[in-house]
Write a protein that binds this ligand. Structure first.
Ligand SMILES: [Fe+2]
Ligand SMILES: [Fe+2]
Length: 211
C-alpha cells in the first residue's frame, strides 16, 4: 500500500461521522445526495484520481463534504454553501491546512452553475465528472425518478441528462460514462414515448365515444 492510499483512507471514518452529524443537523436532508451517493462518487474519484495522479486526500474530503449545502437548499447552485459548511468540518478534523483551499475549491465549483473554466485543478474536474456520472445509468434513473418524477416533465429530465453528459470535462470520464449515458437517455426517451401513446389512446377513445 503506498502512502497516498494510506493517507486518503485515514480520513474516511472521521468524514463519515461528520457527514452523519451534518445530515442530522440539516433542515431538509436530500435522499438522493445521501451516503450511498457519496460512496459511489468516492469510488469513481479514487479510481480516476489514481489514474490522473491527483491528490487523493483532497479528493476524499471534497467527496464527503461536497453536498452538505444540498441538505439546506433544494438548488443546483449549492457548491458555495457546501464550501461554507465544509470549512469548519476541515478545521474540526484537523485536515492539513495547506490542502484545505484545494478541497474548498473543488466543492465550490462542483455544481453545474460553475463554468467549466472555473474548475482549475485536477481534483475539481474529477469531482465534477464523478458526481455527474452518478446521474447516469441505472442509478441515474432511480435518482431522477426519486427526485423529479411527477414534479417535472420528462423532457426536463432528458435535457438535463444531455447537459450533464455534454458538461463532462475529462476524456477518461466520457469513456467510463458512455454506456450509462446511452442507457438513461434511451430509458427516458422510451418512457416519454409510452406515456404519450397512452395519452393518445385515451383521447382517440374519447373521440370515438363522442361520435
Ligand atoms: Fe452537488
Ligand atoms: Fe453530489
Amino acid at each position: 500500500m503506498d502512502n497516498q492510499t494510506t493517507h486518503w483512507q485515514h480520513w474516511v471514518s472521521m468524514l463519515e461521522k461528520e457527514l452523519a452529524a451534518e445530515m442530522l443537523k440539516a433542515p431538509s436532508p436530500s435522499e438522493v445526495h445521501a451516503k450511498d451517493h457519496i460512496l459511489r462518487v468516492l469510488k469513481r474519484c479514487i479510481r480516476l484520481g489514481e489514474k490522473l495522479d491527483a491528490d487523493l486526500e483532497v479528493l476524499v474530503a471534497a467527496v464527503y463534504l461536497h453536498d452538505l449545502g444540498r441538505h439546506y437548499i433544494d438548488d443546483i447552485s449549492h457548491g458555495a454553501l457546501s464550501a461554507q459548511k465544509s470549512a469548519p468540518v476541515l478545521e474540526r478534523i484537523n485536515f492539513p491546512q495547506e490542502k484545505r483551499d484545494a478541497v474548498l475549491h473543488a466543492i465550490r465549483v462542483h455544481d453545474v452553475s460553475a463554468a467549466p473554466q472555473d474548475r482549475t485543478t485536477i481534483e475539481a474536474k474529477i469531482l465534477y465528472d464523478a458526481d455527474k456520472i452518478d446521474t447516469l445509468g441505472v442509478v441515474g434513473v432511480l435518482r431522477y425518478i426519486r427526485h423529479f418524477y411527477g414534479k417535472k416533465p420528462i423532457d426536463f429530465m432528458i435535457d438535463d441528462i444531455d447537459a450533464r453528459w455534454e458538461g463532462l470535462t475529462l476524456p477518461e470520464t466520457r469513456n467510463i460514462a458512455l454506456n450509462d449515458y446511452t442507457y438513461i437517455k434511451d430509458y427516458f426517451t422510451q418512457l416519454k414515448k409510452e406515456l404519450s401513446t397512452c395519452a393518445q389512446f385515451l383521447s382517440h377513445a374519447n373521440e370515438e365515444d363522442a361520435r
